[in-house]
Design a protein around this ligand. Sequence first.
Ligand code: BGC
Length: 761
Amino acid sequence: MELTMQSKTKEISSQLSGAEPTLVERTKMLTGADYWSTAALNQRDVRPVRMSDGPHGLRIQNDDNPDHLGLGRSDISTCFPPAVTLAASWDEMLIVEIGSALGAEARARGVGLILGPGMNLKRSPLCGRNFEYFSEDPLLTGKLAAAMIKGIQSQGVGSCIKHFAVNNQETERLRVSAEIDERTLREVYLRGFEIAIEQANPWAVMSAYNKVNGTYASENEWLLTKVLRDEWRYDGVVVSDWGGVNDPVAALRGGLDVRMPGKPEDTKVLDAIRAGHLEEELVERAISRVHRLDMRTRSIFLDPGSVDFGAHHALVRRAARESAVLLKNDQAILPLDLSREHSIAVIGSLATQPRYQGVGSSVVNCPPVLDVFSSLSKRASTATQVHFAPGYIDDEHVDPILIEQAAALAKSSDVTLLIVGLPSHYEAEGSDRHHIDLPTAHLALIEAVGKVASNVVVGLVNGSVVRTAPWAHYASSIVEFWLTGQAHGEAIADVLDGTVNPSGKLPETVPARLEDTPSYLNFPGDSHQVHYGEGIFVGYRYFDARQMSVDYPFGHGLSYTSFDYSNLVSHVHDACDEIALTLTLNLRNCGKRNGAEVVQLYIQDHGQSIQVPKRELRAFAKVPLIAGETKQITLQVPRKHLEHFYPGESCWAFVGGDLTLHVGSSSRDIRLNERLFVPGTPLTTKLNIWATFREWLDDPTFGPQLQQLIDDGGGIKGRVGDLLSDEASRHSIMSAPLKMLLEFPAFPVTEGQAVALLADS
Ligand code: BGC
């Protein structure tokens, strides 16, 4: 009590006098001042920074009842399309614009840090938060996240990438340990974060709730200090996820700077320092990072700017329609002609009750949203009749009367548009899905309508993929609209009536069955552990390795026009150049409509000594082309993007070798190929006594020396000699560790001699 009184007095006096802050005051900087702000430290001129979710719109809570799960109300903001949708645009420039608009809304409201983008990789289609994440591919994830960060930070507002790391499921997210090998961690689950940090330097990183290999991400020194700080040279601030700190002392030691939300009354860190169990410098380290964030975001108060909400709505509309993926268009039913005399049946409750965002901390309170039916009806000419039937109301229970009405309407119409998808409780923060099918009532509706109507278009509204195999044959056309953000009806109608030509591509595979997915046997784990048993084979890397058929492959997306690829020319750079390859090719829009194509480069690497995927995305470009136009496209591959992580040597390397370049319109629609040699940097493996006989003999230094010892000892005789001279057995000796051969009688070299060779080097 005495001590508390004394320190309180000291604290007040230090604030008044402008003297050095006390330890009590300084440790308060390690936690939020309240639900949404960092703490201030007046004596050091550190001001509070206000934060807000994120990632696809602001969730500013100005009332006294804040929450981190989107339950409370928040101020009206623009609801942009979530990451799943933006990722399907494959358009970095578009995402920079979205980021910049988000930043402008934050700036105008004094928010210095946006909690987003979410960057976790899509390991399983079941993850309940997949709608908030970009892709199953680390390069695509990293580049699109970098675009978002650049946009946000161009407004003087910080971006906080999350959830670092390996938060790939919602089940047990607060307790589960992701058990994962180092190569998979680095090449798959950390790689996107690494790219985003390298390309866009976000001002904050949010640690994940889960454990990584047994240690909470928020206190994982390997993750937060060795990798993030020492290797990636990251200089921003690390904040915890809300409530995601297990032990604040271990967290500070591991590299966490700020614990959120505020818990200023907790004295654990203070007690540990006073007891001599924790170094005071760590407090200073964290304060300096918080201060840097404050300094970086101060300009927002000098000039808050203003927000053009009309322009932001138009941007949402553009982004949503650019991200729609035309999965199938068999009889070219799309685009619909809304000027001619015919009838269109619009069926499905989702056509009048729009679903345009996911559930949880990312929920945005936005202006009223126009539905698909109203939007189509408004723009249809008097000649075109547009009628509606709900088809389902309860997603899980088939209502025979509603189905019958819908089928009758479809039968009497020229074209039927079915709007189906996932209800909000299917994809919500905090829980995962159990299957990848549409809800029962939607499936029954598609079947009933498909059996009686011929021109059926299915429009999908969902934030994580659904399989199409069970019902795709009923549909002539299928369009994946994802979650559109607030310009729902307008954007969907723009694609359906051909106001725009769809140009989205799948940022994740649509599997044929849940049982086919790479993590099927290891998701979501049990006993608070989840084993990443599929290793680096995530998404298309797995489906391609197993040569499995899928509903729609990674990168797939059709257009109302068609594109021709030709004239691939490649230039291989020197091994010392940061760029390994430059390619050019010609792309022609050979149809009658303007459109855009995403040119994708996948590389098959024949030269690595470790197992690598069949091919991996290494570059892409979104290219708009007017009808009939040809453009020359240039793609560059940085050397770093060809590297793999060699766990034995604990380093990244591209050792060089033959590569096959596959350029195409999807991961399984390859239009141009070329095989060529690309020089790299061979790995310098340190030889030891357990290296194989072949590795010893191939070594430029030790090979000749060992051979000399063998010759001096009269050559290899006895059993080893016999086996070596036998054609069929030679390989087993050459691939045996030297240590084992030394054990055999008549082998002319001793272990002491071999060890001495290594010691002398
Ligand atoms: C979520 C974060 C979010 C935070 C604050 C947490 O539950 O995982 O993504 O930013 O709440 O709302």
